[in-house]
Design a protein around this ligand. Structure first.
Ligand code: ZN
Length: 447
């Protein structure tokens, strides 16, 4: 399992960090002037509220209080207030832009030693508003409660609280997956899979504990989709169907190509050697189509391969990342967004369901809300377009170590770069350009 992963190590060495932003890159970071165009508190529901930031009064706040005092006061005290206000403003140069910068800089997560894989994955998940709303509803789940609390703590800026919650989350995940016990380098996709699997497992126990509890599994409602494989005998035409559920797709890189090319390669028909149950011929062709579509499509770009010496090496091929991705060509003609939330009985009996397929009792809660959500979807029927909302990148030339960062957009298209505790403003163009050769996980949301 470890063989096919991109590990992280913090801090990375100079040699590994060939792709780290240079000073020149940093010159393009937002200036104070740029920050004047930052979203306001009201613009961004995800941003911390004024109450969240109350723990961090700025010198500007003091200046404002002095203004109030100055208005109320007269005589020498009024003059004193005026002088103090002038002094504070001149000394700090602090203004509204500084406060606005605070709004997003508090969103970082501390790195508790080699934990950038976890921080970057969490930041990508936190950017998925519908998913986080679903997680917040399930307070009875220990794991989901911890994720929700971390999401909330992220905004208050208290490093100690974030550290405690990160430790709790890591411990909780490690209890069922010993790989994450220590402080070794880990693969972000592996962590995401383990986290999703444990959330789902914990949820299914809760849903069966009380038959009346309208449980919604956030993982199923947001990430799961069904893939239908049709294997047709090349001799007699006998066809066998197989349906399986997935949380993400792992696609191969197409050198000099795009994410669309990688998807096309994944869904390309292929021949297999397999004995036909009717005519006993040995050759069949397999065709794959998406039978249902997820709210969030997660793509893992397989940036690893074996070289001639059978050593696992990292692929740093440049890949064009489209801001909008259509799944029209890879979906069954009858597939619609939200299909995966219909009761399984609605699917034809002729199609066998995969082992461990979702139970209808688990799905009931999700169904109503997804239908509600679907009403907001506005795109031509069958296009099945997804908008890029997060890019998780592995920085470094080796599969053995490197550094993970995440870049995420809000629904207004404002992008932030999350590098552990450091949070910077960025934009879509920079993300697509700078991460073309190091993007590892892509998160696309149904438009
Ligand atoms: Zn046959």
């Amino acid at each position: 399992m470890r063989l096919f992963s991109l590990l992280c190590f913090c801090p990375p060495t100079l040699a590994d960090c060939a792709e780290q932003p240079t000073l020149t890159d940093c010159a393009e970071q937002p200036t104070l002037t740029d920050c004047a165009e930052q979203p306001t508190l009201a613009d961004c529901a995800e941003q911390p509220t004024l109450a969240d930031c109350a723990e961090q009064p700025t010198l500007t706040d003091c200046a404002e209080r002095l203004v109030t005092a100055e208005v109320k006061a007269t005589g020498w005290f009024g003059r004193l207030c005026y002088s103090l206000k002038k002094f504070v403003k001149e000394r700090t140069g602090e203004d509204e832009t500084q406060n606005k910068r605070l709004v997003y800089t508090v969103l970082g997560l501390p790195n508790l030693r080699n934990m950038c894989y976890m921080n970057a994955t969490l930041q990508s998940l936190f950017s998925l508003q519908d998913f986080m709303e679903d997680v917040r509803r399930e307070e009875s789940s220990r794991l989901m409660k911890c994720v929700a609390e971390l999401h909330a703590a992220r905004r208050c800026g208290s490093s100690n609280k974030k550290t405690d919650l990160l430790k709790t989350l890591k411990k909780s995940v490690s209890e069922n997956c010993r790989d994450f016990c220590g402080h070794e380098q880990q693969d972000a996709h592996e962590f995401l899979n383990v986290l999703m699997s444990q959330m789902k497992e914990e949820g299914s126990i809760l849903s069966t504990a009380d038959g009346l509890h309208p449980y919604t599994c956030p993982v199923e409602a947001n990430f799961e989709f069904d893939l239908l494989s049709c294997r047709t005998c090349l001799s007699c035409g006998e066809t066998v169907h197989k349906m399986e559920s997935y949380n993400s797709l792992s696609v191969d890189l197409v050198s000099g190509g795009s994410v669309e090319d990688s998807l096309a390669l994944y869904f390309m028909d292929y021949e297999v050697e397999c004995q036909c149950s009717v005519c006993f011929a040995q050759l069949a062709i397999v065709e794959q189509k998406l039978q249902s579509l997820p709210r969030v499509l997660v793509l893992q770009l397989k940036r690893f391969t074996f070289n001639s010496k059978l050593t696992l090496v990292k692929l740093q091929d440049t890949l064009e990342i489209p801001p909008v991705l259509s799944l029209q060509d890879h979906s069954d003609a009858t597939a619609t967004y939200g299909d995966c939330h219909e009761p399984s009985s609605s699917k034809g009996d002729a199609v066998p369901t995969a082992a461990g397929k979702k139970q209808s009792s688990v799905k009931c809660g999700a169904e109503d809300r997804v239908e509600q959500y679907s009403c907001t979807v506005n795109q031509p029927a069958g296009r099945h377009e997804y908008r890029l909302t997060s890019v998780l990148s592995h920085i470094g030339a080796s599969v053995r170590h490197g550094h993970y960062i995440s870049e995420c957009a809000d629904r207004d298209g404002n992008w932030l770069l999350f590098d552990d505790e450091t949070v910077k403003q960025t934009d879509l163009e920079s993300v697509l350009c700078q991460r073309a050769s190091c993007a590892y996980l892509l998160f696309y949301e149904y438009r």
